[in-house]
Design a protein around this ligand. Structure first.
Ligand code: UD1
Ligand code: CA
Length: 466
């Protein structure tokens, strides 16, 4: 088997996106579109992977965190053939196959690339192109055939009326024999409406040189959809999300309404979990088995154990919920918050960078920030950890079995000892020893008849009317 080298084109401006962000970094179902391309590429176990960058090169390079990538810069961007030429110095003494991928064609599978390589090597041609017959060929290069043989590729802008009617399109994905490739690419001229060096012109050049050009025609044209505009982006994200929901359902997850369920590509969900409409599961989120995720909830980069219930409208970021825990409705968990097994966080509770031990409950209207809370603690309604002194954040520690009465403020740093009891409405400024009761409010005073005494005396007329 000959060596496989991969070159990914990602230098273009992406004018049609109308964006200050490089096109290839726009997200498709939670990941930059070029990530999909690189993941498919590495599955071929290539000898080298080169990315051609140019427009906003620094941003693209720093966003791609893959070992073993080589970057070359194309400046200015004079077209796809010119882009490939930038990689020429890397291939001086290399042989084998060069697979050319486009950073804006994210749905291509590794299986298709394997077929491309297999086809290319068995037919021993100079170039093999992936094509597909589509309903809407607008905007793509058209495959012009003569007696079934590919003669040339013509771009939308340069096509005649008759060529525009061709529905077989160029995917922009090719396998090239390295031998003689760069000499041929260098002979491409910019004779077209765009004044750009078009890589697809290589086909006509190879024909003139009498070198073979083959095609691999895909049955599923979705795989080679390119992203040129925001609506392409939305359409492709929809395809990825539909496929993701279908795969989860095939693995035993109930998704009540796939059309309103947004599950990112890398998310994992265990069997028998039920997901209600309007849920977003994002980033690197992992959900266990037999969970129930109610509507309107968004979970990002979090770990949810088995049998967890998330009630409606929760926002959970970068957090971990152990088996049987419960959150919501309307809970906000963030910054490495951890709920132990069976712990419960309820209505309008915000938890930041805090851990709650097994069986601990904070059911209503509470803020817990930078808190270390043990097992079986009861946190009453309206409890606030005052964790910020205007300069620094401080820790509140609540030990196992403690009871925090409603409307308590805990002025951090402070510790409430094991099984201690904090009375309702207490401002806890000092540590509470284990087993102690803390109260800070003064003794209650009742003034009899105060309300009546405060009322204006009524006139006789008013009294009669009422
Ligand atoms: C290209 C093909 C077209 C094909 C389509 C498939 C050409 C001339 N046309 O058109 O036949 O049907 O892809 O999606 O190749 N790029 C560079 N440097 C440049 C120009 C582009 O790196 O100077 C990169 C872009 O970042 C992009 C890729 O090459 O990743 C394709 O460029 P784009 O301008 O999107 O080409 P299309 O018009 O889509
Ligand atoms: Ca494109």
């Amino acid at each position: 088997m000959s060596d496989v080298h991969i070159v990914v084109l990602a230098a273009g401006k992406g004018t049609r996106m109308k964006s200050s962000r490089p096109k290839v970094l726009h997200h498709v179902a939670g990941a930059p579109m070029i990530e999909y391309v690189l993941r498919a590429a590495v599955e071929l176990a290539p000898k080298t992977v080169t990315v051609v960058v140019g427009h906003q090169a620094d941003e693209v390079v720093s966003a791609l965190d893959h070992p073993g990538l080589t970057f070359v810069t194309q400046e200015p961007q004079l077209g796809t053939a010119h882009a490939l030429l930038m990689a020429e110095p890397l291939f001086k003494d290399k042989t084998g196959v060069l697979i050319l991928l486009s950073g804006d064609v994210p749905l291509l599978t590794a299986g298709t690339l394997e077929r491309l390589v297999a086809r290319h090597t068995t037919t021993d041609t100079a170039a093999t192109i992936i094509t597909a017959v589509v309903e809407e060929p607008y905007g793509y290069g058209r495959i012009v055939r003569l007696d079934d043989r590919v003669e040339r590729i013509v771009e939308e802008r340069d096509a005649t009326e008759e060529q525009r009617a061709i529905r077989e399109i160029n995917s922009g994905i090719y396998a090239f024999a390295l031998e003689g490739l760069f000499d041929a690419v260098r002979s491409i001229a910019a004779e077209n409406t765009q004044r750009e060096y078009y890589l697809p012109d290589l086909v006509a050049i190879y024909r003139t040189l009498g070198r073979g050009v083959e095609t691999v025609r895909l049955v599923d044209p979705n795989e080679i959809l390119g992203v040129n505009s925001r609506s392409d982006l939305a359409a492709i994200s929809r395809i990825v999300r539909d496929a993701k929901c279908a795969a989860l359902m095939a693995n035993g997850v109930t998704i009540e309404d796939p059309a309103t369920t947004y599950v990112d590509y890398d998310v994992e969900v265990g069997q028998d979990t039920i997901i209600d409409p309007g849920v977003s599961l994002e980033g690197r989120t992992v959900i266990g088995r037999a969970c129930r995720i109610h509507g309107g909830t968004r979970i990002v980069d979090s770990h949810i154990g088995d049998g967890v219930t998330i009630l409606d409208h929760c926002v959970i970021h970068d957090s971990m919920l152990e088996a049987g825990a419960q959150a919501g409705p309307f809970a906000h968990l963030r910054q490495r918050t951890e709920l132990g097994a069976g712990a419960k966080v309820g209505n309008f509770v915000e938890v930041k960078k805090s851990s709650l031990g097994p069986g601990t409950k904070a059911m209503h209207l509470t803020y817990l920030g930078d808190a270390v809370i043990g097992a079986k603690v009861n946190v009453g309604a309206g409890t606030i950890t005052c964790n910020y002194d205007g300069t620094d954040k401080h820790t509140t520690t609540i030990e196992d079995g403690a009871f925090i009465g409603s409307d308590t403020q805990l002025i951090a740093p402070v510790t409430v000892g094991q099984e201690a009891y904090v009375g309702t409405g207490t401002t806890v400024r000092e540590n509470v020893p284990p087993g102690a009761l803390a109260v800070s409010a003064g003794k209650q005073r009742n003034i009899d008849g105060w309300v009546q005494a405060r009322k204006k005396p009524r006139t006789e007329v008013e009294a009669k009317r009422s």
